[in-house]
Every structure is written in structure tokens, then in C-alpha cells.
Design a protein around this ligand. Sequence first.
Ligand code: 5GP
Length: 207
Amino acid sequence: MKLNERGLLVVMSGPSGVGKGTIRKALFRIPDNNFTYSVSMTTRKPRPGEVDGVDYFFVSRSEFEANIRAGRLLEYAEFVGEYYGTPLSFIEQKLSEGKEVIIEIEVQGALQVREKMPDAVFVFIVPPSKKALEERLISRGTEDAKIIQQRLEKAEREYNLAYKYDYIVVNDDVGNAADRIYAIIRAEHAKTERSIQKYTKLMEGKE
Ligand code: 5GP
């Protein structure tokens, strides 16, 4: 018996350096998961080791703006001087195939998704402490001091919008954080408003 056919869109946000990418990788290691990651488009330069089409679609500003004009992005935002956006068609296709689609985006973009896809689930990831976040950003060593400072200031503003999310998950330990998000996804599928119509049909013998 399969009650939910359409997949769930899971929007993950949280300050830069909080470990969203690591949590996502832990989620994908959960056996028999049905997750798909939506690769974003950005104008920022690749970090060492990042691969085009895997970590991001790295594009020029003019290419990005052409995608905006063509309506090919579900949402987009500027973050510390660079554009970031979510390609729309991939998400639509995967959700209709019944996949759980995970997107990792900053707060302004998440608020746009809230407007356009209100049945998505919004999870805000926080560090165990402010100090832990600073240390992570510095030890990652991928940004220079000025950018780190800008990202920390941005983190302060992002915390102020955390109340707009459905769930807050502390990244005290990557495995724990991934487990909590997995539990959230399972619980969301069981929510009455997501499953009542389908269930009613089943009980009436129509499916
Ligand atoms: P980073 O440069 O560290 O990879 O990403 C910077 C910020 O942009 C992070 O908060 C990340 O979640 C966010 N981001 C990544 N992709 C997207 C996207 O498609 N849209 C929006 N709005 N933010 C994104």
C-alpha cells in the first residue's frame, strides 16, 4: 500500500559553515533512501575539489541572468555578492517521480520557495554554538578573512529568520542531525493533510 506518490521537497538552510553539505551526505548514506539532491546554479567560483554539475552548475553572471529571464529558476538570491539559484524543471520532474528532493539554500531563497511551494518542508540547521561556527568557517580554509567576516555577519541575519522554518535541527553531531531530519521527513509523510485524500480513496476501494 503506497499512500504518498508525490515526493517531498525538503528545504535545508543554515548559516555558512554549519555543515549542511556534510549532513546531506549522511542522509544519502541512509539505506533504502529515496533522496535526490538538487544541484544549484551559481556565479561563484568553484572551490578546490568542487565539480561542475555535481556541487553546482558554475555559470557566468550573464548566463545566470538569462536563466532568471527565462523563468527557469524556482528561486534565486544574491549571497555575499554572488548569485545562487535552484533549477525548476529538475525538481518538478523528481517530485512527480516520487523522490524526496533535498535543496540546500539560503534564507531569502527559502522564503521564495515557501510562497511558491507551500507544501515543502523547511528545516533550519544551527550550530551548537556561535564559536563552533566561527571555528568551522576558519578551519575550512576555503575563504579569505574578509569573506569569512561577511559570512558570519550574514549568519546573524539568517538566525533572525529561523522562526519562519518548520523545524530547527542542531548540528551537534552529523549522524544525529541526519537522523533527526530523516525522522522529520517520515513524520511529514504521515501528516493528515498530505495523506488523507489518498487514504480516503483507498478506504472507499477506489485504488
Ligand atoms: P556556498 O558558497 O557556501 O556554497 O553557499 C553559500 C550559501 O548559498 C549557502 O547558504 C547555500 O546554502 C546557499 N545556496 C546554495 N545554493 C543555493 C540556491 O540555489 N539558492 C539559494 N537561494 N541559496 C543557495
